[in-house]
Design a protein around this ligand. Structure first.
Ligand code: GLN
Length: 386
């Protein structure tokens, strides 16, 4: 019964793997959601909104207090000056921002240069918009951007770069030099850059998140997407936003109004409060996640996996070849029975075979949960021939 626009798009792997975790009572190191909620004051503000009559439609572009708080956030962190009335739109999570951006901007046949592995919603939405993806592969072990490959991906039909940094699933945080290469390409070919920066605050060590919109000449051709879910540990709230020049933000709004009309109103003032009054929350979260990253990466190394230590996000990618496996999906489907643990195969995020042997593990979990997962892995036979 499925429409052709969904041809070949499988159900999202996150749903399959989280259902598998529940069914097998496994430790879920798959889907990226924290097991501790965000700031209590922020949750209390949402409750207050629910109880004080803020339950009817929000304005189309979002509750003004949140749009203003997003503009202040972009100014405070990145020095970007935005008009909250024309250059900010609130969306139902960054996933809707991606969908509305692609539906609002991409014409059938337009090509988009996309980092591979790509988050699964990008491919689905590019296809639904009739666009054509031109992958540029971030290759292990370091998963850096190959500038020659980037430049070779652009053709006369290319109109967009769809960027994601900090990058899910590899944990790569694009450097200023890598971003400059993207910017140079965009200027040369007159491309619009759509950039998903939901892990903007979750970077480790001395890595720095640089929004590509801050590079010289890039603001006017960049649509930046983000959300509160990751920064404030409220992934289920689905509050995101798109920012940039009015004509790009306007295209998002033009499509968004037919997707969800407006986004849930009572959560928006709470996220405004989070951005304005709890800027330290993501900083603390990143510090805690840094320690959890080290714990998880050390444990995964101990069980014989080759681990890429991530620079940002809350995911670590491993190569499972050393255990004799060449198929991450088969590995992840066997893992609950072998070890009582769930992880995410990333091969579905590739067009090429470059990710067949890669598996992603989330560390946005309580330390005891990560320790239990590692204990289970250490006690299991993980070799391909077991
Ligand atoms: N972004 C989350 C992850 O990568 C999952 C979101 C989803 O399930 N669509 O794990």
């Amino acid at each position: 019964m499925l429409a052709h626009r969904l041809d070949g798009i499988p159900p999202t792997i996150f749903t399959e793997m989280s259902a598998l975790a529940v069914r097998t009572q496994s430790v879920n190191l798959g889907q990226g959601f924290p097991d501790v909620d965000g700031p209590p004051e922020v949750i209390a503000r949402a409750v207050q909104a629910l109880e004080t009559g803020q339950n009817q439609y929000a304005p189309g572009p979002g509750v003004p207090a949140l749009r203003q708080a997003v503009a202040r956030h972009q100014q405070r962190h990145y020095g970007l000056d935005l008009d909250p009335d024309t250059q900010v739109v609130v969306t139902t999570g960054c996933t809707e921002a991606v969908a509305a951006a692609l539906l609002g901007l991409v014409d059938p046949g337009d090509e988009l240069v996309v980092l591979e592995p790509y988050y699964d919603s990008y491919t689905a939405m590019i296809q639904m918009a009739g666009g054509v993806r031109r992958p540029v592969t971030l290759r292990g072990p370091d998963f850096r951007l190959d500038v020659d490959e980037l430049r070779a991906a652009a053709t006369p039909r290319t109109r967009f770069v769809l960027l994601n940094s900090p990058h899910n699933p590899t944990g790569t945080v694009l450097t200023r030099a890598e971003l400059q290469a993207v910017a140079d390409l965009a200027v040369e070919h007159d491309l619009v850059v759509i950039t998903d920066e939901v892990y903007e605050h979750l970077v480790f060590d001395d890595h720095e998140h640089v929004p590509i919109a801050t590079l010289p000449g890039m603001f006017e051709r960049t649509l930046s997407l983000s959300s509160a879910g990751k920064s404030y540990s409220v992934t289920g709230w689905k509050v995101g936003w798109a920012t940039g020049p009015a004509e790009l933000v306007g295209a998002v709004l033009a499509a968004k109004q037919w997707l969800t009309f407006t986004s849930g109103s009572p959560l928006q003032p709470a996220i405004a409060l989070a951005l304005d009054e709890h800027p330290d929350f993501p900083v603390r979260l990143a510090a805690e996640l840094g320690a959890k990253r080290d714990l998880l990466c050390a444990g995964l190394t101990d069980v014989g996996l080759d681990v890429r230590v991530p620079e940002g996000t809350y995911f670590a990618t491993t190569d499972i070849s050393a255990l004799g496996w060449d198929d991450g999906l088969a590995f992840c489907r066997a893992l609950p029975e072998r070890a009582g643990v769930v992880a995410i195969p990333t091969q579905g995020f590739y067009d090429s075979d470059a990710g067949r042997h890669l598996v992603r593990w989330a560390f946005c979990k309580e330390t005891a949960v990560i320790e239990e997962g590692l204990r289970r892995l250490a006690g299991a036979d993980l070799s391909a021939r077991a």
